[in-house]
Ligand binder design. Structure first.
Ligand code: ZN
Length: 156
């Protein structure tokens, strides 16, 4: 049986809080991102949506920056999540569905932070890359993520 080449590109970065972050592109569709030895494999679904229409090189550059965005903004995400959990635990009618919604809504917040990090890192290049690219996929991302993030607050 013929197998696909197992090409994996590895990118490293020292986070502002002093830990070594690593992002691995591939093999195939999969990504791995993490700190030190702790790596999380995941399908890059958000990146797939956000980078629709971009050439491969820009797609990879923005995708890897987005993954680093997750790692650079991890403390902010954890703080935000801890605050929401803190408020949530204070309520006595906490149900399982509520916890799921809390997790999904804080994750949406993290996706927003990571993409803002990409915009911050790329500066004017970000706009340039997307110059002739249809806006719809990005509109879907920002609308869906904002709505999902805010839905977490409906719990309170
Ligand atoms: Zn993401």
């Amino acid at each position: 049986m013929k197998t696909e080449p197992q090409n994996t590109d590895t990118f490293r970065l020292r986070t502002w809080y002093g830990l070594n972050a690593r992002v691995e592109n591939g093999p195939q569709f999969w990504h791995r991102a993490g700190l030190g030895q702790f790596m999380i494999p995941h399908p890059p679904l958000i990146n797939w949506l956000l980078r629709l229409g971009l050439p491969a090189k820009e797609k990879d550059r923005l995708g890897v920056t987005h993954e680093f965005g997750h790692l650079q903004t991890l403390p902010v995400y954890l703080l935000y999540t801890a605050i929401l959990i803190g408020i949530f635990i204070g309520r006595d009618s906490m149900h399982f569905g509520g916890w799921i919604l809390l997790f999904i809504s804080t994750h949406a917040f993290w996706e927003i932070l990571s993409e803002l990090y990409v915009i911050y890192r790329l500066g004017p290049l970000y706009t340039l890359f997307y110059e002739d690219i249809p806006v719809l996929p990005r509109l879907v991302f920002w609308t869906a993520m904002s709505a999902t993030m805010l839905s977490g607050w409906l719990l309170f």
